[in-house]
Design a protein around this ligand. Structure first.
Ligand code: ADP
Ligand code: 5GP
Length: 191
């Protein structure tokens, strides 16, 4: 099962992904490729593959991405091969990607599960981005402006989860995944 999490920067997607990965042994995280610089503590190959703009363009040209998009001033993409490898090995795959990327994935994997993670409010979103302390004031401003647009895409997702308390949001997503696995169409397809 392919699981896509989207939502504005600071909504808590990364926090939720880490929890899901520690609790669900059958799920694998798709590490994205990005042209943005690593934040303090981020590791190449774990949080992202950090590449130059030229390397990213070469990957686009050779069809290495399942999807890719420009988000803020940077490029982000999902390496195709790893996702296909995990799915072929029977794992669920978790993608944490923006709304443009999610719509590309939906075209290729219509049976994927698309979940939008919302902050309780835009005010709380600003508090969380500031609290994370990883962005300059200009970058924070850009992310907050994007957030208002991203929130308009909610209706193209299957589920919306408000991340008020992390533990509750994680439980809701686990429930969604459990229910999705019981869908007749999915169960019949696997037989
Ligand atoms: P995203 O990956 O969506 O950009 P993060 O997971 O980095 O967001 O979370 C942004 C900040 O908000 C982090 O400092 C994180 O610890 C904090 N955070 C995440 N979820 C919650 C929550 N439910 N309540 C309070 N703070 C949260
Ligand atoms: P950040 O720079 O905060 O890690 O991520 C910024 C935005 O890029 C987030 O909305 C995140 O979901 C998105 N993103 C991360 N990886 C990918 C990817 O591989 N593809 C796309 N389309 N978006 C991504």
């Amino acid at each position: 099962m392919l699981v896509v999490l989207s939502g504005p920067s600071g909504a808590g997607k990364g926090t939720i992904c880490r929890e899901l990965l520690s609790q669900l042994p059958e799920i694998r995280y798709s590490v994205s490729v990005t042209t943005r610089s690593p934040r303090a503590g981020e590791k190449d190959g774990v949080d992202y593959y950090f590449v130059s703009r030229k390397e990213f363009e070469e990957m686009v040209a050779r069809g290495a991405f399942l999807e890719w998009a420009q988000v803020y001033d940077h490029f982000y993409g999902t390496p195709r091969e790893k996702v296909e490898e995990y799915l072929a090995s029977g794992y669920d795959v978790l993608l944490e990607i923006d709304t443009q990327g999610a719509s590309q994935v939906k075209e290729r994997f219509p049976a994927g599960v698309f979940i939008f993670v919302c902050p309780p409010s835009l005010q709380e979103l600003a508090v969380r981005i500031a609290g994370r302390g990883t962005e300059s004031p200009e970058d924070m401003e850009i992310r907050l402006r994007w957030a208002e647009n991203e929130l308009k895409d909610v209706s193209s997702y299957d589920y919306v989860v408000v991340n008020d308390v992390v533990k509750d949001a994680v439980e809701k997503i686990k429930s969604i995944l459990t229910a999705e696995k019981c869908r007749c169409a999915r169960v019949m397809q696997e037989r």
